[in-house]
Design a protein. Structure first.
Length: 367
């Protein structure tokens, strides 16, 4: 600082901070020997808080506005300094300006894939990323816990710590949620809100508040996504045999358009029919002379049943498993049973699929 600036600071004692940056959290007011005059003007702009520190101890905290520094509005500093009848001018104190505005569009993401067990795909690896917004909610605590004596502190200096907290809690919550992979896209807002609520107390320990957390994307590894794309493509095609017939017709048309004259055209059409025959054989289409059509898939087992055992729900059980329950006496005709599609719990002897398990009942003996 030059001599002119020094003299100017002594004549017009104004304590203020004009933030020329977009990432500064804390700025320490610079003044020779930290001297401030009695009656100095403290200007705290919107989105700022001024914190006075005396020999490492938090003193007075000022919110936005213009303040004339006197004994009356420096009660904590007056007590620390023992100013019973007003202080002498000038006095020494450090003034830290803390930005309390929101810092938005902060990035977070998983450094490594998160291993999960999906009910449909089995073990899978997921990556996730998003954004969050924070602001300093307790300036005095933030200076005490994080800033210390640092005269200029930016949001980047604490960014890694905040990202690590978010990622760690997100990984834990994602594992506990047991949401199927294909349903995660429909639950991203809920996950973001839940993670924000979980980490909010930990951020408050630093004097920081999480105002927003967004989950922008949850993705599978590239090779798994390609496999899903192929599976989706087969679903879009639908009837594979009809699709093969359509492709055959297209091949015949293209062969007939071969610009080689009638002979060449006839040869091209013949080649087209041969190609069509081969494709029909490969697809098992009716009329082909190759391998017969593939048999339909084996029928799947009926939906599993749940039964009531000693007043508790047990299951799901396959019919084969229930046969053993009949043998050991756990399942009787009076046992309540239910499976998907049934309107309610029903005695097992009255369920058509379960009645054969008990065998035929003999008629009553003649009297």
């Amino acid at each position: 600082m030059g001599i002119f600036d020094f003299v100017k600071g002594q004549l017009i004692d104004i304590v203020e901070w004009l933030d020329p940056t977009s990432d500064t959290l804390v700025h320490r007011f610079q003044r020779p020997d930290n001297e401030i005059k009695n009656g100095a003007q403290l200007i705290v702009r919107p989105g700022q808080t001024a914190v006075f520190v005396d020999e490492g101890r938090i003193a007075d905290v000022f919110t936005p506005g213009t303040h004339t520094l006197t004994t009356e509005n420096l009660p904590v500093l007056s007590t620390l300094r023992g100013w019973k009848y007003g202080f002498r001018s000038p006095f020494k104190a450090e003034v830290y300006f803390v930005s309390t505005r929101q810092f938005t569009d902060r990035k977070w993401g998983t450094k490594n894939p998160v291993m999960l067990r999906d009910p449909e795909f089995g073990p899978v690896r997921l990556r996730a990323f998003g954004t969050y917004a924070v602001r300093v909610s307790e300036p005095a605590k933030f200076i005490t816990e994080i800033v210390g004596t640092n005269g200029h502190f930016t949001v980047e200096e604490i960014g890694d710590q905040l990202r690590n907290l978010i990622t760690s809690r997100f990984t834990d919550i994602l594992g506990e949620s047991r949401i199927p992979v294909l349903d995660l896209a429909g639950n991203q807002d809920e996950l973001g809100t839940f993670v924000a609520d979980r980490i909010r107390p930990e951020f408050l320990e630093y004097g920081i508040e999480v105002t927003k957390l967004l989950v922008e994307n949850i993705s599978l590894p590239e090779e798994v996504e390609k496999a899903l794309d192929r599976r989706t493509s087969m679903g879009v095609i639908g009837n594979l045999q009809a699709y093969t017939q359509f492709q055959t017709a297209e091949a015949i048309r293209d062969a007939a358009r071969n610009p080689g004259g009638m002979a060449a055209g006839g040869m091209g059409m013949g080649m087209g029919f041969a190609m069509a025959n081969q494709m029909a054989q490969a697809a098992g289409a009716p009329g082909g002379h190759g391998a017969p059509a593939a048999p339909p898939p084996l029928p799947r087992d009926a939906a599993p049943f749940f039964i009531a055992v000693n007043g508790e729900q047990s299951g799901p059980h396959t019919l084969e498993a229930l046969r053993g329950r009949v043998t050991d006496g756990t399942l009787t005709r009076e046992t309540l049973a239910w499976r998907e599609g049934m309107p309610g719990w029903t005695a097992a002897g009255e369920v058509p699929e379960l009645a054969p398990l008990f065998g035929a009942s003999p008629p009553p003996l003649p009297r």
